[in-house]
Design a protein around this ligand. Sequence first.
Ligand SMILES: [Zn+2]
Length: 400
Amino acid sequence: MTRKLYWEDPYCQAFESRVVETTSFDGRPAVVLDATCFYPTSGGQPHDTGRLNGVPVVDVVESNGQVVHVLAEPLPTDGDMVRGEIDWERRLDHMQQHTGQHILSRAFEVELDAETVSFHLGDESSTIDLALADLDARAAERVEELANRIVMGNSPVRVSEHEGAEVQALALRKAPAVEGRIRVVRVGEFDICACGGTHVRATGEVGLIHIRRWEHQRGQVRVEFLCGGRALRDYRRQNRLLLRLAGDLTVGMDELPEAVARLGEAERAARRQTEQLRRRLLYAELSIRRAEAELVGEWRVFHRVLEGYDAGDMRYLAQRLVEWPDMIALLAVEQPSPQICFARGEQVSLDMSRLLRDALAPYGGRGGGKPHLAQGGGVSPADLQPVLERALEAVHEEQR
Ligand SMILES: [Zn+2]
């Protein structure tokens, strides 16, 4: 059994110890020491990182009571003593999140009678899964309030070990996951729970506890939360973001929702106006396009690959042009994909759907519609002009 210095003193950052076994783990070099400050991944809390004689410790696992230190490279030893040092910032962060989780879990029990099913301490944020059907913002705030009152009360966090009947007598929030001698973590008079993790000395060291968001899943609620340094960084990040937005929109932070709503409204109005202007421009074009049309027998044919028009504009132009009963419109656009539209006025006897299909056939395109209006595509941009010319030729044939 490795002596667990992280239990004896969770604030121990450096130590000297004897190597009892040099081994490997998942193909990487590893060592077992007779005592260690390195916490192995367990109970929802991730492992520590740090160095042994300057060699990075990349993973720490516990196996049959032995703590296995997985190393980035083999350990250079001078004798069998090593000096270990853990990344204190990472460990303190884990302690803040873990003690914070105990407080939050108890607060959910007190306020909402919601039991914690599991806990995960992540790189960015942590989550607890609650046996709870539904959580709303007001209830979440009540829980957060209570948790932060416990933090500000700066209650001592005490760890003790118990066995057998003693364990039964304790009103533990959570039954121990292990048999035999167990560790019990007490947060003031507020919470008592079996736990093998590392914890801060007093609740004040947890710092702010913040519930960031939650989601409902399979009859449970997963709550994401931040404690201490993480909460501070998140607050700083959000504040910076809001200040920037408020600066960009030249309003106070509290006026942001209104300012964004106004922007959205202005954008919708501008869109409507642009659409009206486009239609007016297209309408103004009509007599010019008629003048440009080619006279074929009794009919006038306006044919063109339109530039800077989309399919909607093309269709609108075609429909307005054939309000003149002798007009034929043979139009195409390239953007966003090659499309073709044929239309005819009342006095024109030619079937546009057939005209379009015949014109597209040699180019592998497809199209169809009604005798007075047809649309198609499926050809390359370079084929649009030849398709229109082929259709124009067929119109000439008809009038010969
Ligand atoms: Zn715990």
